[in-house]
Design a protein around this ligand. Structure first.
Ligand code: DGJ
Length: 744
């Protein structure tokens, strides 16, 4: 953020800023801060936008439980230091030169400027006794109702200090009850939503995994105020930390029932030595406060992320055929050329070559060797990447490639040459996770190596159109041969090293799309997504599981960024069900086509055409999660284009019970006054008497079509569709229905 002197003058014009009060506002939320009589900065309000913020000038601190009713009451300090009258978790903890552990920050000034999206605020706080300064930054996105906040801690002294608490922000709530929804995860079990009531004390959600950092829990949460977060009603805080490493969310309910929320890098084993004159910038904490449930909060995030955060968030996305589930490591040039032809026959844009294409002294035949040696295996691929790019061109599809550049197998030429580039423990046994080690991104040579993996491929093959960037191991053997006696900087330095590399790649190759993958979906955060167009949600592509996983990730991410592939996981589910599930996000395939019958192939080809046609609605429209798979044996979601002319409904019957009552599906987000024609698409074709594959058409219905849905072709008002709904569910198991709604 750049605040110029012109901007500072503009502060005068903003008007909403009084000397004592700082208003950080979107169109729907007010975060009001106020300087107390003691010169410290307090949060007086965080909630639904107020009509008259000036009324808060008489705010009684007794409401918050302050013992004397004054503004210097305990708690509610915007960036609480340590060692004073606040006995709960601080935002900042510093060991000053000489060992003093107390920090008390006082307001020293602020600037606020209007921006194209809302406003930017910078507040300066200082300790009067020690040369520590903190700057708090807030970007408020009016329309999207998103606030992005971070802090910068500065050591203005002449000696180093140690910082061991460095929150991105600190928010307070004074409500009847708080319900936390966390997104627990594991390999193939990502984003399991689970809710609990917070009681006195601390609940900490954190990770210490380092690189595959979100394997066990994701860096986002929902906080239902007074009741558990629901889709359409109630106040809910939805927050996420943009940090691709160890994070920590602390939720602390104090003695009088107030809650403080502290998002941060996990300080575990990470006391940071801040040298004289240096600054420490925390990651962004991005949040929305919805008064209408999580559905609206998600749409706030989706709109904001596409417009302002994700790499090429407003751009197009390619469909693809991947080979991982189909071949694993077992392929050669000839087979890949055949698969590229299959990609063309399927009608996707790109063929994506996965793991197993590299290594010569130690060829990558399985996951035990080769990582680090990024040249194509001659015995498998004699023509190297150039021949593959050419084969793709001949097939008429683009070519993308898998890499895992942050890792090394001990069986590799890279490790033989540079054993000290990997984290390993001196004088202790090495622990291998998936037979590999993590490269030390604190080390500049390693940063160059990782950058060169991408740079060399693209320099030699400018037509490579896409990267899948994997990261399968957490940081194991936590010792950096580079950092020597500064081991406590390992975790933070590692992530910062990764960002340096990603920044160089983005600068040199701004238009190359990349998928972020981490042994499934163990790395999905908004800082990483500045550099990636999409992420891999999970290796679990069983469509039933995916319904839950996509439901979970879509709480925070637009489906445009969520790669969803049709595979052979759960063959009990028909190809239609599997494809319809993946069509709700960024569609791709990872299977061999020879297993598909002529009817199934034709179905998939039509589904891809439909998806391409409906991309503006599905990827760029508004998403409404209608029926949760967590609550019912069925689930449904609809998407609506920005102009409300066009919508798509996806309805799934998972495992309905015998003769169970089936509810209608009430849509959301339509224009109540418009009439919509209902068209069922993605129907399974049939074979006619002449043995030909016939695709059903709603425009010209077939008289013999006995399986036609009773509501296909009908016209209803948006009002009817939202209040009465469609009979989209059935009692058939693993059944799906896709419905297009076209305004008349
Ligand atoms: C883990 C990823 O999630 C998979 O999609 C695949 O790319 C493998 N790694 C390859 O090793």
């Amino acid at each position: 953020m750049k605040l110029t002197s012109l901007s500072i003058i503009l502060v005068m014009i903003v008007g909403s800023v009084s000397a004592q009060r700082i208003d950080i506002s979107t169109d729907k939320t007010d975060l009001i801060l106020k300087v107390g009589d003691n010169g410290r900065l307090y949060q007086t309000y965080l909630g639904e936008k107020l009509l008259n913020r000036a009324e808060l000038d008489d705010f009684s601190w007794q409401v918050h439980g302050g013992s004397d009713g004054s503004i210097s009451a305990r708690g509610w300090e915007v960036y609480a230091g340590s060692g004073a009258e606040d006995y709960f978790e601080p935002a900042l903890a510093v060991t000053h030169d000489g060992g003093n552990l107390t920090t008390i920050l006082k307001y020293a000034g602020h600037k606020q400027v209007p921006t194209s999206y809302g406003s930017e605020t910078e507040i300066t706080l200082r300790d009067e006794l020690f040369p520590v300064e903190v700057k708090l930054f807030y970007e408020a996105y009016d329309k999207e109702n998103i606030i992005k906040t971070w802090s910068v801690i500065c050591n203005n002294g002449k000696k180093p200090v140690d910082i061991w608490r460095y929150a991105s922000a600190m928010l307070y709530f004074d409500r009847e009850a708080y319900f936390l929804t966390e997104f627990a995860s594991d390999w193939a079990k990502e984003v399991q939503m689970q809710t609990q009531r917070l009681q006195y004390g601390k609940k900490i959600v954190d990770t210490k995994l380092g690189s595959r950092a979100a394997m066990h829990v994701q860096p986002f949460f929902e906080l239902g105020m007074n009741k558990p977060a629901s889709e359409t009603g109630g106040e809910v805080l939805m927050g996420t930390l943009g940090w691709t490493g160890n994070f920590q969310f602390t939720f602390e309910v104090d003695n009088i029932g107030n809650l403080r929320v502290i998002p941060s890098i996990n300080p575990y084993a990470s006391t940071w030595e801040l040298n004289a004159g240096e600054t420490f910038k925390t990651p962004d904490f991005i949040f929305t406060l919805s008064q209408n449930g999580a559905g609206e909060g998600s749409r706030n995030f989706h709109d904001w992320a596409r417009r302002y955060q994700i790499k090429d968030g407003m751009g197009d996305r390619m469909t693809l055929l991947n080979n991982w589930e189909n071949t694993y490591f077992d392929f050669d040039q000839e087979l890949l050329a055949q698969l590229m032809d299959e990609a063309r026959d399927l009608g996707v844009d790109m063929f994506l070559l996965d793991d197993g294409w590299f290594g010569n002294k130690y060829p990558r035949k399985d996951d035990r060797a080769g990582l680090g040696d990024w040249s194509a295996t001659k015995s498998k691929l004699p023509g190297g990447i150039p021949a593959l790019v050419k084969a793709a061109e001949e097939a008429g599809v683009k070519f993308g490639i898998w890499i895992e550049p942050e890792m090394v197998n001990p069986k590799s030429e890279l490790f033989e040459k540079h054993p000290d580039w990997a984290y390993t423990l001196p004088n202790r046994d090495t622990y291998y996770y998936r037979n590999q080690l993590v490269l030390d991104l604190n080390r500049p040579e390693v940063q160059d190596h990782v950058f060169n993996v991408v740079d060399t491929i693209l320099a030699n093959n400018p037509d490579v159109a896409y990267f899948k960037w994997d990261c399968n191991s957490p940081i194991t053997n936590v010792f950096s041969h580079y950092l020597k006696e500064k081991q406590q900087q390992l975790y933070i330095g590692h992530v910062r090293g990764l960002y340096k590399v990603l920044e160089r790649i983005k600068e040199k190759y701004p238009d190359v799309p990349m998928m972020l993958c981490s042994g499934g979906g163990a790395r999905c955060d908004y800082e990483a997504l500045k550099y990636f167009t999409e992420f891999w949600c999970s290796d679990n592509t069983d469509p039933v599981e995916r319904l839950f996983i996509q439901w979970g990730f879509s709480q925070f991410f637009p489906v445009k960024a969520m790669s969803a592939h049709v595979t052979d996981w759960n063959k009990n589910a028909p190809i239609k069900f599997r494809t319809d599930v993946a069509s709700m996000a960024k569609l791709g395939f990872d299977m061999g086509l020879k297993n598909l019958s002529a009817v199934e192939l034709r179905y998939v080809q039509e589904a891809i055409k439909n998806w391409n046609r409906l991309k503006p609605v599905i990827l760029d429209g508004e998403q409404y999660r209608l029926v949760s798979p967590y609550e019912y044996n069925h689930t449904a979601t609809n998407y609506v284009s920005a102009d409300k002319q066009h919508a798509v409904l996806f309805a799934f019957d998972i495992y309905p019970r015998f003769a169970e009552k089936v509810h209608k599906v009430k849509l959301q987000g339509l224009d109540p006054l418009r009439q919509y024609r209902i068209v069922e698409i993605n129907r399974m074709p049939r074979i006619n008497e002449k043995g030909e594959v016939v695709v059903y058409s709603s425009a010209e219905p077939d008289k013999n079509d006995t399986s036609r849905w009773a509501q296909d072709g009908k016209v209803y008002s948006g009002d009817y569709l939202m209040k009465v709904g469609l009979d989209a569910f059935t009692t058939s198991q693993l059944h799906s229905r896709v419905v297009e709604l076209i305004a008349q």
